[in-house]
Design a protein around this ligand. Structure first.
Ligand code: AGP
Length: 597
């Protein structure tokens, strides 16, 4: 959702630093942007609607050593320059950027209005600088005033506040992530300073040393030093400095036009990296699944489809029952939980609010939590009892591609470990990785580009699958919907005759995801049912069948078929977006990290 980035330190181009960094948070999804820097003791604010990519960062290289910036994803108030952050206090000395929602902002606004505060926007955020100012009037210093104000807010949030007279940044969080990039002269860095951001790519160019602000904590920095404390008690919270392994190159799109295509291509290597796990740890976790009295796989969106596929992996490979739930629905499962339950959460970002909520539901019942994440040090990774990383490297396109195949690989590996076949699983996945490497060649990509061109005017597209290819049909629909805005729906092939087949008309494009497995003849029959009603069939299958109008050849990957079958659909979705004139990296209404419930 919203992106926050601030800097205080020795550099004299703080405005430019934060604008440049903000461009690296564009993937989070936003509709307006803004920046405030302190120049000669006065706040200079610029904000606008639309994209920040075209904004010349150099025009912000003012004589400033402190600045905050923000990309806004509108919740309260329309997309207007006035509603864009930062928002200022009445006296114009405090600027605030905010991610999340101040749920009780109406009462606070009324209370502040009675005390003479005037508001320029329709946002909930604007009450924050005014309330901080009001707290300062009653004698608190800036940091204490931020603390006191935060304790009055209801809802989950992250804020970054700048106070010009004391040249200080204060950040606090009760939900959305905030990470500090540390640049210390003593460590050989050119400049002393602190970067505070919603995500690491904002400052990766400047430093790989990070400190994490946890929920219920705040920090104060003047650029020389930083102090972390408990938001409620004020007690100091010392922090470790952690070195991030991501490189700037990994987080860039290089020669690719879009991150989505770059990340699809990354799968030539990322699936193999996902398999690179500590075997002893995988065996221990497999044992925990065996011992648990009820294992629940919980996630959202694409990660949720990986969990659904894993239900089949555990059934077919390990003969072990697991439950799958959407994280946003999991609260209602709490009656099933005991301290012997195991929650397995899957999340690329490690920051998804619904997943964090599910973890809290499980923890309240003292159930254990295993997290499968991509972003190291993310909130989900830190709050879980055990963590496995999928090692996909930074995924910046809103449409999740390499994270999905990494999640599928790790879940498949665990299923094999549970069946006592870890080495067999490893070999299978390494072979699948090599197959993906072969598939993603220029000729294959070109075929899919042409296919997308042929079907780009169709407004409806249906995808069917069975077994693990059923969740992949659902995932295919998500991918196509979110980047191309084509109406796509996935179904279990056997469900067609119970309703969806009524949607099929002459020429309706339908994709069938097929593997050479025990359900192949069933799904081929379902494909024939579609064909008999006039559908144009695109078969994604290791072998060609007469029923296909178009055949997209995929390798025979055995129990890893879900991983290879989804690859051509990702490419197809990408080209459908491009051919329809959409930017696949910036889908409307969506954000990369969904940090609101
Ligand atoms: C994927 O293409 C989607 N953008 C979305 O469904 C995503 O998978 C979901 O929001 C979960 O995110 P997470 O993996 O970061 O928790």
């Amino acid at each position: 959702m919203c992106g926050i980035f601030g800097y205080v330190g020795a550099r004299k181009d703080a405005g430019m630093v934060v604008i440049e960094g903000l461009k690296n948070l564009e993937y989070r999804g936003y509709d307006s942007w803004g920046v405030a820097s302190s120049v000669a003791g006065k706040l200079v604010v610029s904000k606008d609607t639309g994209k920040i990519s075209g904004v010349d960062a150099k025009s912000f290289s003012d004589e400033s050593t402190i600045a905050i910036a923000h990309t806004r994803w509108a919740t309260h108030g329309g997309v207007t320059p006035k509603n864009a952050h930062p928002h200022l206090s009445e006296d114009g000395t405090i600027a605030v950027v905010h991610n999340g929602i101040v749920e009780n902002y109406r009462e606070l606004k009324e209370w502040l209005s009675e005390r003479g505060h005037t508001f320029m926007s329709e946002t909930d955020t604007e009450v924050i600088p005014h309330l901080i100012e009001e707290e300062m009037k009653s004698g608190s210093d800036f940091a204490a005033a931020v603390r006191r104000a935060c304790l009055k807010f209801e809802g989950r949030f992250a804020i970054l506040a700048l106070h010009t007279p004391t040249h200080t940044l204060v950040a606090a969080r009760t939900g959305s992530p905030l990470i500090v990039g540390v640049s210390k002269k003593s460590d050989g860095n050119a400049e002393q300073g602190y970067f505070i951001a919603s995500d690491i790519p904002a400052f990766l160019k400047h430093t790989r040393i990070v400190q994490y602000l946890d929920d219920g904590e705040m920090l104060v920095t003047d650029g020389e030093s930083i102090l972390f404390s408990d938001l409620h008690t004020g007690e100091e919270r010392p922090k470790r400095e952690i070195e991030i392994t991501w490189t700037v190159e990994q987080a860039e799109k290089g020669d690719f036009e879009h991150y989505m295509m770059k990340e699809i291509m990354d799968q030539k290597e990322s699936v193999v990296r996902a398999v690179n796990q500590d075997e002893a740890q995988i065996m221990t976790l497999a044992q925990s699944i065996r011992d648990a009295q009820g294992t629940f796989l919980v996630a959202c969106g694409t990660a949720g489809k990986a969990c659904m596929a894993a239900e089949y992996f555990f059934s077919v490979i390990a003969r072990h029952h697991v439950n799958v739930a959407a994280a946003s629905e999991f609260k209602l499962y709490h009656h099933f939980l005991t301290e012997k339950s195991l929650l397995v959460v899957v999340s690329q970002s490690g920051e998804t609010a619904d997943v964090l909520e599910a973890m809290r539901v499980a923890k309240a019942k003292r159930a254990k939590v295993l997290a499968i994440v991509n972003v190291e040090g993310s909130t989900i990774a830190r709050e879980a009892d055990y963590t496995l990383r999928i090692n996909a490297g930074p995924e910046r396109a809103v449409a999740s591609t390499k994270a999905l195949t990494g999640q599928l690989a790790v879940l498949l590996l665990i299923a094999h470990a549970l069946a006592g076949k870890l080495q067999e699983g490893k070999t299978l996945l390494l072979e699948a990785g090599a197959m993906i490497n072969d598939m993603l060649n220029p000729r294959y990509i070109e075929r899919l580009r042409k296919l997308a061109d042929r079907i780009k005017e169709d407004e409806d597209l249906y995808i069917i699958g069975k077994s693990w290819n059923y969740p992949m049909a659902l995932e295919s629909a998500i991918k196509i919907q979110e980047v191309s805005y084509v109406h796509a729906e996935g179904f279990a092939g056997g469900e067609l005759k119970h309703g969806p087949i009524a949607l099929i008309e002459e020429g309706t494009p339908c994709i069938a995801l097929i593997g050479k497995d025990e359900v192949m003849s069933d799904i081929l029959s379902n494909t024939m049912e579609l064909k008999a009603r006039g559908a144009t069939i695109i078969g994604v299958c290791p072998d060609r069948y007469d029923v296909f109008d178009e055949w997209i050849k995929v390798p025979d990957a055995g129990t890893a078929q879900a991983i290879v079958n989804i690859i051509p659909i990702q490419v197809l979705a990408y080209f459908l977006a491009v051919h329809r004139g959409k930017n696949p990296d910036m889908p409307r209404n969506l954000a990369k990290s969904v940090t609101v419930k």
